[in-house]
Design a protein around this ligand. Structure first.
Ligand SMILES: Cc1cc2nc3c(=O)[nH]c(=O)nc-3n(C[C@H](O)[C@H](O)[C@H](O)COP(=O)(O)OP(=O)(O)OC[C@H]3O[C@@H](n4cnc5c(N)ncnc54)[C@H](O)[C@@H]3O)c2cc1C
Length: 340
């Protein structure tokens, strides 16, 4: 366990906000929690869990204890003729895990290549991209209760996974520190080409779908992401700032009559999902900036820090965008990022 006081979080959030934490503590084992709880100062402060800081908007210095899991081991738990089960430490960088599985030819994580952040945060918002969600491969999540270090183990069915959401983003937020995640990966599978641009790109290169390997999907996803998404090391962002909203079919009928080109798709619960990027673009926000807080020129869903913006500046910009979208479409955009 490493403890740092008055610690600058600049390197720990992809918006690059230079806010500080009263204490920053790197934890490897459950036993660290009861030990920390015995310290009267550390115990009296609020505790905040962070991973790689790639889904965070930090709005102020944190008079808090920031807990960061550094356990990063990848362990093969078991294997049969069709599957492998891996238990992976929360501190492992997400993309390193995806690369490891693709190097072994295993199926399941290839569509999720290049998402920033850590394995421990992946279940929190049930990360997803290119037609896949991490809940498709997770079998269990092991965590520590932050009050006493007690182990809390949840099966997938208990994690409350839904679109960019889970129990860890709701009732268990900052109550548990995810320590390990177990994934089931397949040795043989059909490629997941539900995402149209990925399908198109791969079908141009390979004659039949049967020829396609996890490595080829992984490589193509990296190409597509690099074309569309700004590198947060160069331009600060947290990826998609808002979730894609779902509306009722009645609301949809009204809007499609006014906007015949509005993209949409049906969700399993009968709602209609509209791309937030399209709504923001229609509201004339794509490429605009207020001082150093801006909307990316190529991707309207990505809000960026051009240099000296603060978390509050980003939230002010987000509020203006939200208001304009409500006025134009009667749709209230919900933030995907976690605001602290
Ligand atoms: C350029 C860019 C592209 C992105 N693309 C995608 C994408 O395609 N799909 C997608 O879903 N997301 C995407 N994101 C968002 C982000 O990468 C993910 O949400 C990621 O899982 C966050 O991981 P993190 O370790 O950085 O978590 P953080 O940002 O540090 O934390 C996020 C939340 O998880 C909690 N948390 C973190 N670690 C733990 C833990 N060990 N135990 C308990 N709670 C924890 C935090 O308290 C916080 O509430 C993108 C972000 C960027 C910057």
């Amino acid at each position: 366990m490493n403890i740092y006081a008055n610690y600058n979080l600049l390197q720990h959030n992809t918006f690059h906000f230079p806010v500080s934490a009263r204490f920053f503590i790197e934890v490897r084992h459950a036993s660290a929690i009861p030990t920390l709880r015995q310290d009267p100062v550390i115990s009296s402060l609020p505790w905040q869990v962070i991973g790689g800081g790639s889904n965070l908007v930090l709005t102020q210095d944190l008079d808090a204890v920031v807990i960061h899991c550094i356990y990063d081991e990848i362990k093969l738990l078991k294997e049969d003729h069709g599957s492998v089960w891996l238990s992976v430490g929360a501190g492992c960088p997400w993309h390193n895990l995806v690369t490891y599985t693709v190097d072994h030819g295993w199926w399941g994580l290839e569509n999720l290549a290049l998402i920033p952040g850590t394995v421990g945060a992946a279940p929190v918002q049930n990360i997803g991209a290119y037609g896949a969600e991490v809940q498709d491969t997770i079998t269990r999540v092991q965590s520590f209760d932050l009050r006493d270090g007690r182990r809390v183990e949840l099966r997938k069915s208990e994690c409350g996974f839904s679109y960019r959401n889970s129990i860890f983003k709701q009732s268990l937020a900052n109550r548990v520190l995810i320590h390990r995640v177990t994934f089931r990966l397949r040795k043989h599978a059909t490629p997941n080409l539900m995402h149209e641009p990925l399908h198109e790109a791969l079908i141009k290169k390979y004659d039949t779908i049967e020829q396609i390997t996890p490595r080829q999907i992984y490589d193509e996803v990296i190409i597509l992401r690099n074309q569309r998404i700004p590198d947060p090391k160069i331009l600060g962002s947290a990826g998609s700032f808002f979730k894609n909203p779902s509306i009722s079919s009645t609301h949809y009928q009204t809007l499609i009559a006014q906007h015949p080109n509005m993209p949409s798709h049906k969700t399993p619960d009968g709602q209609i999902k509209i791309p937030a990027a399209w709504l923001i673009e229609q509201a004339q926000w794509k490429g605009k900036r207020i001082s150093d807080a801006g909307v990316h020129v190529n991707h309207a869903l990505i809000l960026v820090n051009y240099g000296s913006a603060t978390g509050k500046n980003l939230l002010e910009l987000a509020d203006k965008i939200r208001d304009d979208v409500i006025n134009q479409f009667s749709i209230a955009l919900e933030k995907e990022v976690v605001v602290i």
